[in-house]
Design a protein around this ligand. Structure first.
Ligand code: CA
Length: 226
């Protein structure tokens, strides 16, 4: 199921450019060009995330945000040219999840959207102990053991394994996995992720078969199958 993004922006060039970029990234988008249609669309279409411009005809972004919070659980990211701290605080107090100032890059925005989606999906208290077959990861003590024998991992390797285990059975795109672990967008042409994955796998497989399986979808991402 594709993530639905409602783009609320009265400047149609910006709105259409955003829509194009988001669709290219695999999102489903719809456009609303004023505050009132933003509310109508959000009721009817039930988007997962709403990109909300601040200065809009009919109903401004703040009012839309306040009204949205009465009927929608969508993630709200406010878009604005204003940079003052007051706006930021007001926006967040009204229930926006994040705030992006113009001009922004699409890359920045898509990564913010993914971050908001992630926060919405994350359990409030993630489990401290993850178990998959003979593999045990304890997030509190920062230990990993396979069949009772501990495996020494670096911080990043540990975070990688934890993220993969939390998403067991789900293919994580390289960009997504990188952002989850490094907390920043995947640099272009970076092999950092793949190198860490490689050493993580080696350390696990050194314990002898059967080893938990981390599947590579070449050029796409990774999946932990347990
Ligand atoms: Ca505007």
């Amino acid at each position: 199921m594709k993530t639905k993004v409602l783009i609320v922006e009265d400047e149609s060039d910006i709105a259409r450019a955003l829509s194009y970029e988001f669709e290219k990234e695999g999102f489903l988008t719809r456009l609303a060009f004023d505050g009132e249609s933003a509310l109508t669309e959000s009721r009817g279409w039930q988007p997962d995330v709403i990109l909300l411009d601040l200065i809009l005809p009919k109903l401004d972004g703040f009012s839309v945000c306040r009204a949205l919070r009465n009927h929608s659980n969508a993630g709200i990211i406010m878009l604005t040219a204003r940079t003052s701290e007051v706006d930021r605080v007001v926006g967040l107090e009204l229930g926006a999840d994040d705030y992006v100032c113009k001009p922004f890059s699409t890359r920045e925005l898509t990564s913010r959207v993914r971050a908001v989606l992630r926060r919405m999906q994350e359990p409030e208290y993630p489990p401290s102990c993850l178990v998959s077959g003979d593999l045990e990861l304890n997030a509190e003590c920062h230990t990993v053991a396979l069949r009772g024998r501990s495996i020494e991992l670096t911080v990043k390797e540990f975070d990688l394994l934890k993220t993969l285990m939390l998403n067991k059975g789900r293919l994580l795109a390289r960009e997504e996995l990188y952002e989850l672990v490094w907390r920043e967008p995947l640099p272009v042409d970076s092999r950092t992720l793949d190198t860490h994955l490689h050493t993580l796998r080696e350390k696990i497989e050194k314990q002898g078969p059967p080893a938990p399986r981390i599947i590579t979808a070449r050029g796409v991402g990774y999946r932990f199958d347990g």
